[in-house]
Design a protein around this ligand. Structure first.
Ligand code: GLU
Length: 496
């Protein structure tokens, strides 16, 4: 039973580039909060920045969220009671709220040209002042301003930030943040082309969409007081504000970046969920990993499938401290979740990776193979390296791998021939066969590892594989015999 009133939480990405794990974590927390309280998770696309707009970005972020199992209840493609969910389609709403702010005396039209503003900034820099609008249009008489608007003079709309007093903005996990208003700027709300900037668009949308919790990145902390002032100016009740922790590079130094992730050792070298998918990470593992980058339940529980997260998640256990991205930990979770999959599920999940490598598989055989690889792979992708031979016709160890570790060509040739005879005489590939092969090794003065290593090369074409006898059973006697016979012949000519 939900213990809190239903939350309406939104994830509001700007489609300006590839979708990374920072955004995915915010969306995950929104989703958890909404599901836990029986509320709604809303996806809103903040595409007002036409210059930075990337047409592929929206697709990627939706594909990423769906792959992770973070489905939205309302959004641009599924609709909902507050449609439209793309800011570029909501211009009239922002204009209405901008007019309301002007009417209430909390915003004003500003006619300063970009040249004038550039010059102003230059002079401020010379005087070592922080750049800030100097207020030229702040106190224009409304009638004079209206006359200029009517005459078609280009203008923006700025927020009329109070010049005195303080503003206190309260973040749920960071506590109150108080600033002197004199240190805030008269931020632009509407640009001269009538398009809204984030400060107005996001506040207006959160209000119109009845958002109860705003979870967003800590990069919005500097303008957080402005957002609170806009709410106050319009006499809107404030949502719960949460500024999430920042992700740091794996080294713990500096904000997470694509380049530094790529330099990290081990595991996936990308900060993009779709790359993780293509590398063979399970969405469950990525979700579990992400959930714990900024939230904890206690100091030891680490396995949290999505349904547990929905149960146990709580905003008050979020930490404001930055978290270093730890890809080794992701590998760890991926291993845990892979080991938790049933044979059929693992088979189903590795299938696309075999297909991608050009290998035709069949579900029944993949299911037989699943238990042999489950403990041996760190990612689904690795299953192709380790078990691709099951689906290849042209399995032959490379010349440089023969005669096999620790063996001379003559020893290897004899071992292969004798093993072939034993295998030919075995009706089934069971423990008795293994015992016979061990005795053969002893008889030839070789170690069991040397003989099994040689047979492994012959049957799988590779020095490392799933357990040999089980693999042979799946491949089937005729193929096993043919492969060993082929290697025996190659060794004999090598020995000659
Ligand atoms: N579009 C903003 C961003 O991507 C959203 C911030 C927010 O969640 O309010 O940074």
């Amino acid at each position: 039973m939900p213990s809190s009133p239903p939350a309406r939480a939104r994830f509001a990405p700007s489609p300006t580039g590839r979708f990374h794990i920072g955004g995915a974590r915010t969306a995950l927390y929104d989703y958890l909060l909404a599901h836990q309280t029986g509320g709604q998770f809303i996806l809103r696309i903040e595409d007002t920045d036409q210059k930075r707009f990337d047409p592929n970005a929206e697709r990627e972020l939706m594909d990423s969220l769906r792959w992770l199992g973070i489905e939205w209840d309302e959004g641009p493609d599924v609709g909902g009671p507050c449609a439209p969910y793309r800011q570029s389609e909501r211009k009239a709403i922002y204009q209405r709220h901008a007019s309301e702010l002007v009417k209430r005396g909390h915003a004003y039209p500003c006619f300063c040209s970009s040249d004038r503003l550039a010059q102003m900034r230059q002079e401020q820099q010379k005087r070592k002042q922080s750049p800030r609008y100097d207020g030229t249009c702040r106190d224009l008489a409304p009638s004079a301003a209206q006359a200029r608007i009517d005459a078609g003079e280009p203008h923006v709309v700025r927020f009329k930030t109070p010049r005195d007093g303080q503003t206190t903005a309260v973040d749920l996990i960071r506590g109150p943040i108080t600033v002197e208003n004199v240190n805030l700027d008269d931020y632009i709300l509407l640009k001269s082309d009538g398009l809204a900037l984030y400060h107005l668009a996001a506040m207006a949308d959160d209000r119109e969409m009845r958002i109860t919790h705003v979870l967003r990145s800590a990069e919005w902390l500097p303008t957080f007081p402005l957002h609170v002032l806009i709410y106050q100016a319009l006499e809107w009740p404030q949502p719960v504000w949460v500024h999430l922790s920042v992700f740091l590079n794996p080294s713990g130094k500096g904000k997470m970046s694509k380049r530094h992730a790529a330099e990290a050792k081990g595991g996936v070298a990308s900060i993009f969920p779709l790359d993780m998918r293509d590398e063979g990470y399970l969405p469950e593992a990525v979700v579990n990993w992400l959930a714990l980058m900024g939230w904890s339940y206690d100091d030891h529980t680490e396995l949290f499938p999505m349904n547990d997260l929905v149960d146990k998640f709580s905003l008050d256990k979020l930490t404001p401290s930055p978290a270093a991205v730890n890809f080794t930990k992701l590998d760890h979770f991926n291993g845990l979740y892979i080991r938790g999959l049933s044979d059929a599920d693992l088979a189903r999940r590795v299938q696309p990776f075999f297909a991608q490598a050009g290998l035709k598989t069949d579900p029944a055989r993949l299911e037989q193979i699943a238990p042999l690889i489950r403990e041996r792979i760190r990612t689904l992708q690795e299953s192709v390296e380790i078990a691709g031979f099951f689906f290849r016709d042209d399995v032959r160890p490379a010349d440089e791998l023969l005669p096999g570790k620790g063996l001379s060509p003559a020893q290897a040739a004899v071992a292969a021939r004798r093993a072939l005879q034993i295998i030919e005489a075995s009706a089934v590939f069971d423990d008795a066969l293994e015992a016979s092969l061990r005795s053969l090794a002893e008889e030839l003065g070789l170690s069991a590892g040397e003989v099994f290593g040689l047979l492994r090369l012959a049957v799988t074409g590779q020095p490392v594989s799933p357990p040999l006898l089980e693999s042979m059973r799946i491949i089937g006697k005729p193929t096993v015999q043919a492969r060993i016979a082929d290697v025996a012949a190659r060794l004999e000519s090598l020995a000659a």
